[in-house]
Design a protein around this ligand. Structure first.
Ligand SMILES: [Zn+2]
Length: 589
């Protein structure tokens, strides 16, 4: 009896512990320890120290919590640190109460760790209620991903970044599977991308800041930025950004002692030739976020500047963005909700853009004089920026693009269930899908791939298909029970179109998800096909005419009996309809 009671009691205790654990599932609840940041001494925290620092803040402050969100390729979970003044940590209820969300992603390239240290410092300062930072969170929640590329952060060395001015040791660009995660938001080959998507769609940030450091040309600025391209934003967002947020951020950073400039991507060798913006496709953080109406930034500190300055300028940029969101919360809410509605309703989508070099702005630029000197190593000349000769002068600035390929969206796409990797990614990105209830024949819009190129060497884990050309036609398709219907009346419309139109640069087709359609599966044996070919040409005089014309005019064709039989085969009912036919179908309207 006693034994039974003990067993009973332990069962209750175990159940309660289990229940407690369930409720705390994603909240780490580990104490951690206070970490002294050493960026002033040219050192960046390790991955372990970064997590411990947030665990410490989590245990010390009730307004902060450290969560885990699924695994990364390293085997370690992805963390998210949230500071919520109201102590509400439920993203749905926060959104319902009108809170804005700013998400900071760090260490996507752990060799560029400025943001990892900057975010810990900023989180500490916010929670210690330093300056106005605490006030900025009246109606905003700030979230930090401490380190996104954990595998890369663990792969630490003093030699990962040639010529970078500190820190003494830094992580490696690629992750545990040697993927560059800032190319992986479209294909999602990494577990990191799935865990990121979980965070991103649960918190639906208004602003996303992805922290980096850059090399390239030399100039006076510590901080440069790239934002979601204004032309890819819906009008309410792009107006708010161009007329209000962008000027504010540049002014504010000047006040904070880190005057910044647009990311320096010179038209020719040096910035004096002019710099151009670019449109990021969904493989990049900024393009991916933009596809869901989140305005995103890459902060790109200059890697020749001291590490401490890079950390502090990154911290100041995040603080400046928080300040803007605090003062303009209702305009942001309005711009975002109006943009979402426009995305749901809009008909035409731009798949790719071309720089319009006829539209030139002017940018007052603080650079260094550049010259070419004889190299002491090679037998050629070297580019040399003279830091003793700073200049400020106007340079050309190109920030306008024209649509290159556009498509009209169908009312829905049909994605056969066979393409489960695609379904899995659509689902991870909050795409609403219905399943077909009965096997049926449907007249659908169909694309044939008429041409494409493939890179001869892999690009971030795929032999990327590009320059894809399609021919649109229609056909009767056998749609199976359980196949997926993806309607284009949803928040994720831009993402859906960019990923499912095969000629979009970052489509699933481009990333090799549909490569099996690019190979013929059925063939014929020439000696036995002869009889059929003869009959078939007899029955189809038009085809026969075409055949004879080709024989008379095309030398290569005339020289190959196999090519001649193939011609008949390809124009016969035996020819595979599915060869080169893109296997995602479009509704006819
Ligand atoms: Zn980077």
């Amino acid at each position: 009896m006693k034994k039974l009671a003990i067993a009973y009691l332990s069962a209750i205790v175990l159940f309660m512990l289990g229940f407690f654990a369930y409720n705390q599932l994603s909240h780490t609840g580990v104490k951690g320890k206070s970490i002294a940041l050493e960026f002033a001494n040219n050192q960046s925290v390790t991955y372990k120290q970064a997590i411990e620092a947030y665990q410490y803040l989590d245990s010390k402050y009730r307004n902060a919590k450290l969560f885990t969100y699924g695994k990364t390729d390293s085997g370690k979970p992805l963390h998210l640190f949230v500071i919520s003044k109201s102590k509400d940590f439920n993203p749905q209820s926060l959104k319902a109460k009108g809170y804005r969300v700013v998400l900071v992603n760090n260490g996507i390239h752990p060799g560029e760790p400025c943001g990892i240290d900057a975010s810990i410092l900023l989180a500490q300062e916010i929670l210690e209620r330093k300056d106005s930072l605490w006030n900025y969170l009246d109606s905003t929640v700030i979230c930090f991903i401490p380190v996104y590329n954990i595998g890369g952060a663990l792969n630490r060395s003093p030699f990962n970044r040639a010529n970078q001015n500190g820190p003494q040791e830094q992580g490696f660009r690629a992750n545990a599977r040697f993927l560059d995660l800032n190319r992986d938001f479209a294909p999602m080959f990494s577990l990191n991308a799935f865990s990121f998507a979980h965070i991103f769609h649960e918190w639906k940030p208004d602003l996303l800041i992805d922290t980096h450091a850059t090399n390239g040309a030399d100039y006076q600025y510590v901080m440069t930025i790239i934002s979601t391209h204004h032309q890819t934003l819906e009008e309410p967002w792009s107006k708010l950004y161009m007329n209000s947020m962008e000027p504010f951020l540049y002014r504010e950073m000047q006040t904070r002692g880190y005057e910044m400039t647009p990311y320096v991507d010179p038209m020719q060798d040096t910035p004096e030739s002019g710099i151009a913006e670019y449109v990021s496709s969904p493989r990049y953080t900024v393009g991916y976020a933009g596809a869901f109406n989140t305005l995103a930034f890459f902060t790109e500190t200059h890697m020749f500047k001291p590490f401490a300055d890079r950390v502090l300028s990154t911290k100041e940029f995040i603080a400046a963005a928080m300040k803007y969101v605090h003062h303009n919360g209702s305009q942001i809410a309005l711009a975002k909700s109006q943009s979402v509605e426009i995305t749901k309703r809009k008909e035409v989508f731009t798949l790719s853009w071309t720089l319009d070099s006829t539209k030139v702005n002017e940018l007052n630029f603080k650079g260094f004089e550049a010259s070419y000197l004889p190299s002491k190593v090679t037998n050629g000349k070297r580019l040399f920026y003279d830091r003793t000769k700073p200049f400020t002068k106007p340079i050309p600035f190109y920030r306008y693009f024209t649509p290159n390929i556009t498509v009209k969206k169908p009312n829905y796409y049909i994605v056969p269930q066979a393409w489960r990797e695609v379904i899995e990614r659509l689902r991870a990105n909050n795409v609403y899908m219905e399943q077909v209830k009965h096997d049926t024949l449907m007249l659908c819009g169909v694309y044939y791939i008429t041409d494409y190129k493939t890179y001869p060497r892999p690009y971030n884990g795929a032999y990327l298909n590009y320059n894809v050309k399609v021919m649109a036609t229609s056909d009767t398709i056998a749609v199976m029970q359980g196949d997926y219907i993806v309607r284009t009346n949803q928040e994720a419309n831009e993402y859906i179109v960019q990923m499912l139109e095969p000629h979009a640069p970052d489509s699933f087709f481009a990333w090799n998800f549909f490569n099996s359609i690019l190979q013929r599966k059925e063939y014929f044996s020439p000696y036995i096909f002869e009889e059929f070919a003869e009959e078939w040409l007899k029955k189809n005089p038009e085809l026969k005419k075409e055949f004879e014309h080709k024989l008379a005019t095309d030398k290569t064709f005339a020289a190959s009996t196999y090519a001649q039989l193939s011609f008949v085969y390809q124009n016969s009912p035996y020819s595979e309809k599915s060869f080169m036919r893109y296997p995602v179908f479009r509704s006819r309207e």
